[in-house]
Design a protein around this ligand. Structure first.
Ligand SMILES: Cc1cc2nc3c(=O)[nH]c(=O)nc-3n(C[C@H](O)[C@H](O)[C@H](O)COP(=O)(O)OP(=O)(O)OC[C@H]3O[C@@H](n4cnc5c(N)ncnc54)[C@H](O)[C@@H]3O)c2cc1C
Length: 291
């Protein structure tokens, strides 16, 4: 096991250079909901498998020969870098192709890229995670790391929002986490279907159910744009300092390591300055609706 709290950002390892995908075999596939699956991969080359490390919030570029490449957050436990999970929502050509490759097939993988969540700043703090839909994927490694050492932060809260109960990603795990004392889990849905008896409404409604110790709290947000904005503003209104609110942004990517400019966001590159940004770093560009 590799202990991941307070570790420096790992260097990308993807074969001979950062442009070259390393072959990785899909060894397991789990259905999360109607259009989302979690793919577990292992590097074919044992040397790469041995060296590869990632930090919570980093992403890989996944490549399907003849189709193309796209960015995907690493959603697995950083203490087990030999079994990498990516939770993929099927939206277009690359994601459909990953579906077709399926268990047993080989894809290309480059990474790990980007600046992830500030694990070192969570020490002795209250950590509130706010996720929407598939936005929980890059936050799952944070939960794994903090549950590995429950005394690392003072309090761990997960607020999760999705459209319906059937849309929940990692539904079994959410239920397991709900049973432990190390994390408080609150899930809300936009539409209650089936047997759902939990909260209904947007994720910011859940804030009424928790007490936020503003100065001591680190907030981590990842979801659709509208959720990111609403959640970040709500915590600022509760007087959490803007330097303690972190938002994960998604931008179309090409290279993954600040060469091509595809993912430019104001004066920043999401691939290397992010995808996780401190709110105080991006407040000006974040406030502009179209960006
Ligand atoms: C840092 C980072 C991390 C990411 N992590 C993940 C992840 O963990 N899981 C995951 O499924 N995706 C993730 N994405 C998004 C993923 O890279 C894109 O969805 C990618 O475009 C999919 O490629 P594609 O060829 O299948 O679809 P494309 O052909 O690129 O897109 C097809 C259609 O879907 C639309 N579309 C693309 N992305 C989205 C989206 N996110 N939401 C709604 N519509 C969209 C496009 O506008 C287009 O109309 C991440 C992106 C970044 C930048």
């Amino acid at each position: 096991m590799v202990h991941t709290l307070s570790k420096p950002r790992p260097e990308p390892i993807c074969g001979m250079d950062t442009w070259m995908p390393a072959p990785a075999r899909i060894v397991a596939v789990r259905e999360e909901n109607f259009n989302t699956r979690t793919f577990t991969t292992q590097f074919v080359d044992e040397g790469i498998a041995e060296m590869y490390r990632f930090a919570p919030g980093q992403f890989n570029m996944l490549y399907v020969p003849g189709v193309g490449e796209a960015a995907f957050s690493i959603s697995s436990d950083p203490a087990r870098p030999g079994r990498l999970e990516h939770t993929v929502r099927r939206v277009g050509s690359v994601t459909r192709a990953i579906w077709r490759v399926n268990k047993g097939g080989v894809i290309g993988l480059r990474g790990a890229f980007g600046r992830g969540w500030p694990m070192d700043e969570m020490k002795d703090r209250h950590v509130v995670i706010v996720a929407g839909g598939i936005g929980i994927a890059p936050l799952r490694p944070v939960v794994y790391s903090l549950l590995e050492d429950p005394s690392y932060c003072k309090r761990l809260v997960l607020l999760y929002d999705c459209r319906t109960p059937e849309d929940r990603v990692y539904a079994d795990e959410l239920e397991q986490w709900e049973q432990t004392d190390a994390i408080e889990v609150l899930v809300t849905v936009d539409n209650a279907t089936g047997q759902w008896t939990g909260p209904v409404g947007v994720v910011t409604d859940l804030l009424r159910r928790i007490k936020v110790a503003a100065q001591e709290t680190i907030v981590l947000v990842c979801g659709p744009k509208v959720l990111n904005r609403a959640a970040a503003w709500s915590f600022l209104q509760l007087h959490v300092p803007p330097g303690q609110v972190f938002v994960n942004l998604e931008r179309n990517m090409n290279c993954g390591f600040a060469r091509c400019g595809h993912c430019q966001y104001g004066g920043k590159f999401v691939c290397s300055d992010g995808p996780v940004f401190r709110f105080s770093e991006i407040a000006n560009i974040f406030a502009k609706g179209g960006i």
